[in-house]
Design a protein around this ligand. Structure first.
Ligand code: SAM
Length: 303
């Protein structure tokens, strides 16, 4: 049975290393209530946790129940970690305005159709001076120009394999829309229009133009990402949002697409990428709610 959750890919940590440890090395995490929305299998939370004070509450949430169960188990010995089964907007709704010290939303904002409301509500819930930190390696600019040929060849090859194996599914995949991506600038506007100030990450070599912010993707990482439902829906979608399909048909379709993508990858990656890794551009936002005069500020970055 193929695991179509985020679990197998997330274990590679290719979506977090090296940029997240680097960001945590320069960022201040204040005391108080820290939220992580879309926490997934807890890999990002594990990285953040050592920087969260033991007197702070670290609240993890995800819309996926299995992810929450995994996190509950993973952090069972941590007195200050709590796990909620909730989508990002519902989690934020549980907190009073101006009460949250920091909000994290890593590798998930592009999947969230309510992202504009999530950004807006985060702004309301954060204390003045509080940060909303998010990233995405699924913007319109995520594949560097040098790697576009590889991605096209990989998915094109997988589609040809699918056509030979299951013509009906091939035709369905072709007629469904792939995930619509926003540009980095579109996201910037979502933050800015609700009042956030976007902090400059260039001094830390973490702006989107810097190599330090990129993901370093290996054949192993891509082999596993080909299993993940959200990746499949973004690259070779097996269903549309309107027509519900029985679970056994859905699983069959996901399995088939995973297999053709993995087979195609094993042929295309060695030929086009070889021994090097393939970088992905990663947009990182450190968005700060402005401070009022009377509020004592926590500096966002370490001195
Ligand atoms: C790619 S994973 C990232 C997990 C984790 N933050 C990490 O970086 O390791 C994206 C996660 O976002 C979750 N997700 C998708 N839409 C969501 C929503 N509307 N609210 C909360 N979580 C959501 C998914 O269930 C998934 O666990």
């Amino acid at each position: 049975m193929i695991d179509h959750s985020f679990g197998p890919y997330s274990e590679t940590r290719e979506h977090l290393d090296p940029w997240l440890p680097k960001l945590l090395g320069v960022l201040n995490i204040p005391s108080g209530r820290i939220l992580e929305l879309g926490c997934g299998r807890g890999q990002s939370a594990e990285t953040i946790l050592p920087f969260v004070g033991s007197d702070s509450e670290f609240i993890l949430s995800d819309s996926d129940l299995e992810s929450c169960i995994d996190c509950g188990w993973k952090f069972r010995d941590q007195d200050n970690v709590y796990v909620d089964h909730a989508d990002a907007l519902s989690e934020l709704a549980c907190h009073k305005d101006d009460s949250v010290s920091q909000v994290w939303y890593l590798n998930g904002i592009h999947l969230d159709e309510q992202r504009a409301q999530v950004i807006n509500t985060s702004y309301k819930k954060l204390k003045p001076g509080g940060l909303l930190i998010a990233n995405s390696s699924f913007t319109t600019e995520s594949e560097p120009a040098s790697e576009i040929r590889f991605y096209r060849r990989w998915i094109g090859h997988a589609m040809r394999k699918l056509k030979a194996r299951d013509l009906h599914l091939h035709d369905l995949v072709k007629q469904h829309n792939t995930m619509q991506r926003l540009s980095k600038r579109d996201y910037d506007e979502l933050f800015k229009e609700v009042g956030f100030n976007l902090l400059d990450l260039e001094p830390f070599s973490l702006s989107m133009e810097d190599e330090g912010s990129q993901l370093k993707t290996t054949i192993n990482g891509l082999f596993r990402i080909a299993q993940y439902t959200a990746w499949i829906q973004g690259s070779m979608p097996v269903y549309d949002e309107v027509e519900p399909i029985p679970p056994e048909i859905l699983i069959g379709r996901l399995d088939t697409v995973t297999l053709v993508q993995q087979e195609a990858l094993l042929e295309v990656y060695p030929e086009l990428i070889g021994a090097r890794v393939t970088p992905r551009n990663n947009a990182i936002w450190v968005a700060r709610k402005p401070i009022r005069d009377e509020v004592i500020r926590t500096e966002p970055f370490k001195k």
